[in-house]
Design a protein around this ligand. Structure first.
Ligand SMILES: Nc1ncnc2c1ncn2[C@@H]1O[C@H](COP(=O)(O)OP(=O)(O)O)[C@@H](O)[C@H]1O
Ligand SMILES: [Mg+2]
Length: 250
């Protein structure tokens, strides 16, 4: 995916300001940076949920605006921050929803298998017949992520996937993200606030500040004391565990 000079304005104010990058395939890439830096807007534009005011997104050799919606949905799945499906659905029905772009509304035996696996991935078996509005925030978040996993696309975009999750489920979530990449060869793009998860589980970091890319590189390149202190405007120390830079801040 090539992104060239993306620009987005809201009410005359530039919120994404000339963002360009090339995303490596088959890697985990985390977008980090302060609130309001433009991470979700960029994620929206690279998945065609949000129309840019200028610039372009080249997806698999073709401008993303030229893709048929159904073809795009087979290749790219996104979970936004406000993932609300306004229907009375059970967990299983919600996850099955993820298969629709593939099955043309007909759930095959193969679809059933994928749905089952996605539910098991997110440890939702005991909730599969519960309505999604009767779940806790964390359980519901896991159900939506299972829906995205069931969509089984080459690209998986997750905006703050660990939101609402306790440490057990958040860590599990990040391990699943890693497996989606390492075992299934998917390209995973995340927005993350937990920078230690970003450091430990991703390959590349793209840091945003004020609508611009501040740093882009491997975890080792970006996660330095100087860079993080500049991006977040707090003091950082970096520890290394298993060769990975992990940060503490104060
Ligand atoms: N639909 C919208 N209408 C107006 N302003 C918006 C809209 N979406 C985002 N913004 C503004 O654009 C800026 C970037 O937002 P966002 O991309 O959500 O940031 P991040 O995900 O990095 O926290 C913020 O100042 C936000 O208030
Ligand atoms: Mg956001």
């Amino acid at each position: 995916m090539f992104v060239k000079e993306l620009l987005k304005k809201y009410n005359g104010k530039t919120v994404v300001d000339g963002v360009s990058f090339e995303l490596p395939k088959g890697k985990v890439i985390s977008l980090i940076g302060p609130n309001g830096a433009g991470k979700s807007t960029v994620m929206g534009m690279i998945s065609r949920l949000i129309a840019q005011d200028d610039g372009s997104v080249d997806f698999e050799g073709k401008d993303i605006s030229k893709w048929k919606s159904r073809e795009l949905a087979r290749r790219l799945a996104i979970l936004t921050q406000s993932n609300h499906v306004q229907m009375k659905l059970t967990v299983r029905e919600l996850v099955a929803f993820g298969r629709f772009p593939y099955s043309g509304n007909r759930i095959t035996d193969e679809d059933e298998e994928i749905i089952e696996k996605a539910i098991a991935y997110m440890e939702l078996e005991e909730f599969e017949d519960r309505f999604i509005d009767e779940l806790s925030g964390g359980q519901r978040q896991r159900a939506y992520i299972a829906m995205v996993i069931a969509q089984d696309t080459e690209y998986v975009l997750l905006d703050e996937p660990t939101n609402n999750l306790d440490i057990y489920h958040a860590t599990n979530m990040m391990k699943i993200v890693r497996r989606l990449c390492d075992e299934l060869g998917k390209t995973v793009i995340l927005v993350l606030h937990e920078i230690n998860y970003a450091a430990f589980y991703s390959d590349y970091i793209c840091a945003f500040v004020d609508g611009k890319i501040s740093k882009f590189g491997t975890v080792e390149e970006v996660m330095t004391k100087e860079n993080l202190s500049e991006i977040y405007r707090v003091d950082f120390e970096i520890l290394e565990i298993e060769g990975k830079p992990l940060s503490i801040y104060y």
